[in-house]
Design a protein around this ligand. Structure first.
Ligand code: CP3
Length: 342
C-alpha cells in the first residue's frame, strides 16, 4: 500500500508530498454523476457498494494518495433524531431544528453498528478494495459545525439561531455541544474499529466565531474528542476553515495534523503551527480553473512554503467545487508529485 499520506501525517520522512482533495468524490467527476443520476444523495450514502464505488473513483482517475469515505457530516444526526433531507440547489434541511431544552433532551444517543451500519459496511468494503492502493480516511463534523446545522436547520450566513442560543442560554448550548461530542466520539471510534486508517474532523464554520468565542465554544469539545480518539492510534486531522485568526488556538486541539484554508499564507501557517504537528492544505479550490502551467506554479509556491513544516499533506483549502474541470485536478496531483519528488 502507498503509505506516503500516513507517514506525512506522523511527520515521518516521505519520498514525495502526498495529496488528496476535499470532496474528491463528487459532482465534478462525470463518473460520479453517472452513479448519482440513478439514486439520490442520501441513498448513495446509505448503499455501501455504491458509496465504495464513488470513493474509489478519484483514486483511479486522479492518482491521489488517500481515499476519503463517501458520506456526509450530517449522516449521524439522523439517528440522533433530526429529520434530514437534501434539496437540489438548496442543500441540507432539517425540519425539526434543535432550539430549546426540550429538543436537546429529546436527542437520541447513537449506537453506530445499529444506527449507521451502512457507513461501517462501506469502510469494510473499502479496506478490502483499497488494500493494495491507498489508506482510507474516515470523518465527522466538529461539534460546533454540527451544532450550527442542528440549530439553524440547514446552512446559514449569519448563524443567528446558533449565536442566539450561545449568547442567551450558554448552559443549554454547552449541554448540546457535550451531547454532540459524545456521539461524534462514538461515531469516529466505530469508523476506526471498522478500518478507517486516519480521521478528519471538519470544523467548516469555526471561522464564524471570534477568537475568544472559538476558544470557549468550539475548541474544548474538539480537544476532548481528540484526547479520547488518540488512544485508537490513527492520525487525526483537524480541518479549520477560515483559520487565519484562530490558528494559534486551534493548535491546542492536539490533532496530529492541522488542515488550513487558502486565506492564510502557507509559510505563515507552517510557522504558527510549529514542529509538533503536520500541516494540510492549502490551494484555493478555484485555482483549478487556471491553465496547467499556472496550477503548477501555484503548487510549487505552496510546496516550498510548507517545507519548514514537520510534515505536509497537499490539499485544497476547502472542497473542490462541482464546476471544476477534471483536467485541473489532474494537473494539480501530477504537479505536486513531480515537484516534490526527491
Ligand atoms: O470529500 C469527499 O469526497 C467525501 C464526501 C463528503 C461529502 N460531504 C459529500 C457530499 C464529505 C467529507 C462531506 C463533508 C461535509 N458535508 C461538510 C464539511 C466539509 C465542508 O464542505 O465544509 C459539510 C459542511 C457538509 C454538509 C453538506 N453536504 C452541504 C452543506 C451540502 C450541500 C452543498 C453541496 O455541496 O451540495 C452537502 C451535500 C454533499 N456532500 C454532496 C457531496 C458529494 C453533494 C450531493 C450531491 O451529489 O448532490
Amino acid at each position: 500500500m502507498n503509505d506516503t499520506f500516513l507517514k506525512a501525517c506522523r511527520g515521518e520522512e516521505v519520498k514525495y508530498t502526498p495529496i488528496w482533495i476535499m470532496r474528491q468524490a463528487g459532482r465534478y467527476l462525470p463518473d460520479y454523476q453517472k452513479v448519482r443520476s440513478k439514486v439520490d444523495f442520501l441513498t448513495l450514502c446509505k448503499t455501501p457498494e455504491l458509496a465504495a464505488e464513488v470513493t474509489i473513483q478519484p483514486i483511479d482517475i486522479l492518482g491521489v494518495d488517500a481515499a476519503i469515505l463517501f458520506s456526509d457530516i450530517l449522516i449521524p444526526l439522523e439517528p440522533m433524531g433530526l429529520k434530514l433531507r437534501f434539496l437540489e440547489k438548496k442543500g441540507p434541511v432539517f425540519s425539526n431544528p434543535v432550539r430549546d431544552r426540550r429538543s436537546v433532551e429529546k436527542l437520541i444517543d447513537i449506537e453506530p453498528e445499529e444506527d449507521v451500519p451502512f457507513v461501517l459496511d462501506t469502510i469494510r468494503i473499502l479496506r478490502r478494495e483499497l488494500a493494495k492502493k491507498v489508506p482510507l480516511i474516515g470523518f465527522a463534523g466538529a461539534p460546533f459545525t454540527l451544532a450550527t446545522y442542528m440549530i439553524e436547520g440547514g446552512s446559514s450566513k449569519t448563524f443567528l439561531n446558533t449565536k442566539r442560543m450561545m449568547y442567551q442560554n450558554p448552559p443549554l448550548f454547552m449541554e448540546l455541544m457535550e451531547r454532540i461530542t459524545d456521539n461524534t466520539v462514538a461515531y469516529l471510534s466505530a469508523q476506526i474499529d471498522a478500518g478507517a486508517q486516519a480521521i478528519q474532523i471538519f470544523d467548516s464554520w469555526a471561522g464564524a466565531l471570534s477568537p475568544a468565542d472559538y476558544e470557549r465554544y468550539s475548541l474544548p469539545f474538539v480537544k476532548d474528542a481528540v484526547k479520547v480518539l488518540k488512544k485508537k492510534g490513527v492520525p487525526i486531522i483537524y480541518f479549520v476553515n477560515n483559520c487565519a485568526g484562530i490558528l494559534d488556538i486551534a493548535r491546542k486541539a492536539g490533532s496530529d495534523v492541522l488542515g488550513i484554508d487558502w486565506r492564510i499564507d502557507m509559510a505563515k501557517a507552517a510557522k504558527q503551527i510549529g514542529k509538533k504537528r503536520s500541516i494540510q492544505g492549502n490551494l484555493d479550490p478555484l485555482c483549478l480553473f487556471m491553465p496547467r502551467d499556472s496550477i503548477r506554479e501555484a503548487a510549487k509556491d505552496i510546496l516550498s512554503k510548507a517545507s519548514s513544516a514537520r510534515g505536509h499533506i497537499f490539499n485544497l483549502g476547502h472542497g473542490i467545487i462541482p464546476e471544476t474541470p477534471v483536467d485541473g485536478a489532474k494537473a494539480l496531483v501530477d504537479a505536486v508529485h513531480e515537484i516534490s519528488s526527491k
